[in-house]
Design a protein around this ligand. Structure first.
Ligand SMILES: Nc1ncnc2c1ncn2[C@@H]1O[C@H](COP(=O)(O)OP(=O)(O)O)[C@@H](O)[C@H]1O
Ligand SMILES: O=C(CO)[C@@H](O)[C@H](O)[C@H](O)[C@H](O)COP(=O)(O)O
Length: 438
C-alpha cells in the first residue's frame, strides 16, 4: 500500500490478528523495494467462555487480543516505529465483534507512547463458533451471494443474537471483524469500514455489486445499522488520529484485509502457483483467471469456494476448518493424558517431540481422517482413525498419520488432478503450523 503518487513509505507496519497469535512486522522501503526489518508475534490466549451459546460457542476476549497486539508493538524498535507512514492490518475472517462507536477503546500514555485498550466491546465470536445450527441456518432467508452461509459467519451470528438475545445487541451500535475494530479505533471511525474481502466472509454480501443484501436482511428484522461501510482492498481507511506506540499521528491506515488473502499475497507470484496455508485453520488455493466472476448462487455441497482477492480478482479456495487447530488439540490431549497419569508436561515441549517422532517414522498404514471440527460442506463428518495395527501405535506413527491426514483432507477438497487441470505447477507453503513443522 505505497503512497500513491507521493514518496513511497519509509517504513510500513504490518499486523495480523490471527486466531491463535498476533503478528507484527516492520518493513522498510529501500532502493531495491521493501525489506523486512523487524517482526514479533505473541499468542493471544484469548479463548473465553461463550455465555448463552452453550458448548458450541467459540468466543475470544478482545481485551486479550489487544493486549497481545500492544505487547508485539512494545517489542518493536521505537526508532523504526517513529518512521512508520503506513499501517496494514489483516486478521481472522468471518468473525464479528460489537462495540459502542464512541467508547470502543480507552487511550492511555504508556512507556513507548499512547496506546489503547478495548473498552465497551463484546467478545469476538469467531469463525470457529458453532452456535448457528444447520436448522437455524436453513431458517434464515436465502442470500443473494455466491458464498454459502455457515456458522461462525458474521451475519448468521448477528441473526442469532437478534433472535435469541436481542437485548445483547442494544448495547452496541458498531460491528466488524477484529481487524475492522482495530482500524476503526486507530482512525476514530464513527462508522466501521470493511473491505470486500471481509464482507464476503460474513455472508449476505453481493460481490458483483459490492453491496449487502440489505432488502433481504431488513425484511427479516436484521439490524442493518450494524453493517459496516464497504471499501476496496488496498484502499486507505483513514489516518491515525493520535500517536500510537511511537508511530506518528497521521500515519495512513489501510482498510483491514482477510488473513487468508494476505497469506496468499505473501507468497503467490505466478498464476500457476497454488498456496497451501496452515495456520489455526488451513486453506489450499489458486488464483482464478482475470475477469473471473463467481457463480450467482452458492453450492453448499462444494468444498471449493471463491473469495475476493485484490483488484477485482478472485481466489478459488478449499478452506478447511481443520488445520493447526487439530495439531494443537492433539498436543493438548497428550498434555492432559500426561497430567492424568501424574506428569506435568508443557505443551510447548510436546510440539518438538511429536514433530521429531513423526520425522523419524516411515509412513505406515495407520490412517487418520482428522476432521474433529467437521467441514463447512460436511459439518457432520467428524474425525476417524482406521488401519490401526498393533505395531503402529508409537507417538511417531500417530503424529505422522495425523499430519498426513490434514494434508490428505485438504487434497480431497481440492484434488491434485484438479489443480493440474487448472495449470498449477507448484504449491507454496505458508502459515506457522507448516513453517514450524518439518
Ligand atoms: N511450538 C510449536 N511448534 C509447531 N507448531 C506450533 C507450535 N505452536 C503452535 N503451533 C501451531 O501453529 C498454529 C497457529 O499458527 P498461527 O500462525 O499462530 O495461527 P493464526 O494465524 O491462525 O493465529 C497452531 O494451531 C499450532 O498447530
Ligand atoms: O475459512 C476461511 C475462508 O472461508 C479461511 O480462509 C479464513 O480466513 C480463516 O479460517 C480464518 O480467517 C482464520 O484464519 P487463521 O486464524 O487460521 O489464519
Amino acid at each position: 500500500m505505497a503512497a500513491a503518487g507521493g514518496p513511497g513509505p519509509t517504513c510500513v507496519l504490518g499486523i495480523d490478528l490471527g486466531t491463535t497469535s498476533v503478528k507484527a512486522a516492520l518493513v522498510t522501503g529501500t532502493e531495491r523495494g521493501l525489506a523486512l526489518a523487524q517482526s514479533c508475534s505473541r499468542e493471544t490466549q484469548a479463548y473465553s467462555d461463550s455465555p448463552g451459546a452453550a458448548a458450541q460457542g467459540m468466543e475470544q476476549d478482545v481485551q486479550k487480543i489487544i493486549k497481545a497486539l500492544n505487547e508485539c508493538l512494545a517489542a518493536l524498535p521505537q526508532q523504526q516505529l517513529q518512521q512508520v507512514t503506513h499501517i496494514g492490518i489483516s486478521g481472522q475472517m468471518h468473525g464479528v465483534v460489537f462495540w459502542k462507536s464512541d467508547k470502543g477503546c480507552r487511550w492511555s500514555e504508556g512507556g513507548p507512547g499512547p496506546a489503547f485498550e478495548a473498552d465497551r466491546v463484546s467478545h469476538l465470536v469467531t469463525w470457529q463458533d458453532g452456535r448457528c445450527s444447520p436448522a437455524f441456518l436453513s431458517s434464515l432467508p436465502l442470500p443473494q451471494s455466491h458464498v454459502s452461509l455457515a456458522t461462525g459467519f458474521g451475519c448468521p451470528t448477528i441473526f442469532w443474537y437478534s433472535k435469541n438475545s436481542p437485548d445483547f445487541l442494544k448495547a452496541y451500535d458498531a460491528a466488524g471483524t477484529i481487524q475492522d475494530y482495530v482500524v476503526a479505533m486507530l482512525c476514530d471511525l464513527k462508522k466501521p469500514l470493511m473491505s470486500v474481502q471481509n464482507a464476503a466472509s460474513w455472508g449476505y454480501f453481493n460481490c458483483r455489486n459490492k453491496s449487502w443484501n440489505t432488502d433481504i436482511l431488513k425484511k427479516s428484522g436484521f439490524p442493518v445499522h450494524l453493517l459496516p461501510e464497504v471499501g476496496d482492498p488496498g484502499s486507505v481507511a483513514g489516518r491515525t488520529t493520535c500517536a500510537w506506540h511511537g508511530i506518528p499521528k497521521g500515519a495512513k491506515v489501510g482498510i483491514a484485509l482477510g488473513d487468508f488473502q494476505c497469506s496468499v499475497y505473501s507468497c503467490l507470484t505466478e498464476r500457476t502457483d497454488a498456496v497451501l496455508n496452515i495456520s489455526t485453520s488451513a486453506q489450499l488455493t489458486i488464483s482464478m483467471p482475470l475477469g473471473f466472476q463467481p457463480p450467482e448462487a452458492p453450492d453448499p455441497s462444494s468444498a471449493v469456494t471463491y473469495f475476493p482477492y485484490f483488484n477485482g480478482d478472485y481466489l478459488a479456495v478449499a478452506a478447511s476448518l481443520n488445520g493447526g487447530n487439530v495439531l494443537a488439540t492433539f498436543v493438548g490431549m497428550v498434555a492432559q493424558w500426561a497430567q492424568e497419569l501424574g506428569f506435568q508436561v508443557q505443551e510447548s515441549a510436546i510440539y518438538p517431540r511429536i514433530i521429531q517422532a513423526a520425522l523419524a517414522q516411515k509412513h505406515s498404514k495407520l490412517s487418520i481422517h482428522p476432521t474433529i471440527f467437521g467441514e463447512r460442506h460436511l459439518p457432520e463428518l467428524l474425525a476417524s482413525v482406521s488401519s490401526i495395527g498393533a505395531s503402529e501405535l508409537s507417538l511417531g506413527h500417530v503424529s505422522r498419520a495425523l499430519c498426513r491426514g490434514l494434508v490428505e483432507n485438504l487434497s480431497s477438497m481440492f484434488p491434485v488432478q484438479h489443480l493440474q487441470e487448472l495449470g498449477v505447477t507448484r504449491v507454496l507453503g505458508s502459515g506457522t503450523a507448516l513453517a514450524r513443522n518439518e
